[in-house]
Design a protein around this ligand. Sequence first.
Ligand code: NAI
Ligand code: MG
Length: 499
Amino acid sequence: MLTAAETKPNTASLPSKGMLIDGKWVDSASGGRITVENPAKRKPIGEVPRANAADVDRAVAAASKAYAQWRRVVPRERGKALLKIAEALQARTEDIARTIALETGNALRTQARGEANMTADIFRYFGGLASELKGETLPLGEHVLSYTRREPLGVVGAIIPWNAPVMLAALKIAPALCAGNVMVMKAAEDAPLGVLLMAEICQEFLPPGVLNVLTGYGEECGGPLANHPGVAKLSFTGSTEVGKVIMRAAAERIVPVSLELGGKSPSIVYPDADEDWAVDGIIAAMRFTRQSQSCTAGSRLFLHEDIFDSFLSKLEKKTTALKLGDPLDEATDIGTIINNKQFTKVCKYVDEGLKRSDAKLVFGGLPPKTGPLSEGYFAIPTVFADRSNDWRLAREEIFGPVLVAIRWSDEAEAIRMANDSHYGLAAYVWTHDIGAGLKTAHAIESGWVQVNQGLGQVPGMSYGGFKQSGIGREFSLEGMLDSFTQRKSVTVNLEVRRT
Ligand code: NAI
Ligand code: MG
């Protein structure tokens, strides 16, 4: 973590933004600030408050106060507010997309615009679901009325990462608020600006305190939020390592927790899929145009031995045709890694692959040390071929454009290797034989399997992880009901007589 002195370079002229507490745009109690960097230029672009425990206290107090009213707003009215937010976000998608591209390094055309549009869509989807917060009646006999209510939990503490910051924020805000909860969200220190812009748009349609957004570091601000006694539910997206910290905090107070964590997702390609559409699909599944900084990246490629070399040469041709460059340039396909820490981490993995004797570099390698691409954290799409599923590059979430290709001949062995991971988030199967594809899809231990496509999540899908990839689902009606409401049963004796 940076020290206070390091976060204060000469930034007097940088645009600075407050954070949102109780409907107001405020500074941190300490006055500390965090500098936000453009990773494509390694240059500061703005400042945000550096929140700590005192700010968490203020935000939780504001949220608790707002909760008393917000939970009583008729659900359809809450839904209408979300629908208005959706339209306002839609009108501002270009501003949001540019902000995302500038602070994350995700290319505007291939990524940031899609994220901004998806954000509006998420509010639209959940806005329409407010009437679905229904309960049930139980058939206990004519003398009794027993029914359930879906009640909100209270103050939700939400912590999000930087890889798709605005969309991931929307995925927590929209269902939580729809269900009558209020929220204190901590944005990621590397990408707070898009989230603050979205919060500004949300705030136009919400009572003060219903949504509070803090900017701060993990331990300094996220820690106090996870441990705050006024927080009734924790919702976290990020690394498995920090997910465990959040779950421990939840255990301490017995609060429900949703975790969306990492992945090392397999792609299994059958011999009949040695074709261009499958190669395009692998590029999409690997999220090469998002520098593979995606929890669902299909980063282990299991290729049938009959097509191993020909598939990889097609993959090389298509992947190396993608253009790396300034994220704001319309011609750019691939932008940059988020920050120096992640960039260094990705480079270390590439270096390890280059040094491993039984791994073969198919294409890619270490980033250039000179020229325009050396200005930013540009990592080059890299593929290693190896016989083993057991080395670090094939087991750990790299969160960068490093793909490991492994050969298989026996279907059962391919499935065994695919499942030999402590992660279980996504998976991809590629074949014309739909029977085989579906049987494999059913055998794979992961929360989401796609057959013959490598797309991103869509609202309505109960998306989430098996194994250490997470707990809970948030992207759907069921996700909203399970993650952001609690059931109360009310049982009434109908046969009480005056005596
Ligand atoms: P991270 O998990 O440390 O950060 C995610 C969020 O958690 C940020 O808002 C951060 O400030 C917060 N946080 C960090 N430590 C915390 C703590 N002790 N208490 C409360 N909040 C805390 O992820 P980071 O460092 O940005 O990336 C490291 C690795 O995590 C990546 O290389 C990748 O493997 C994985 N990751 C996975 C993501 C996913 O969507 N599955 C997203 C981001 C990172
Ligand atoms: Mg940044």
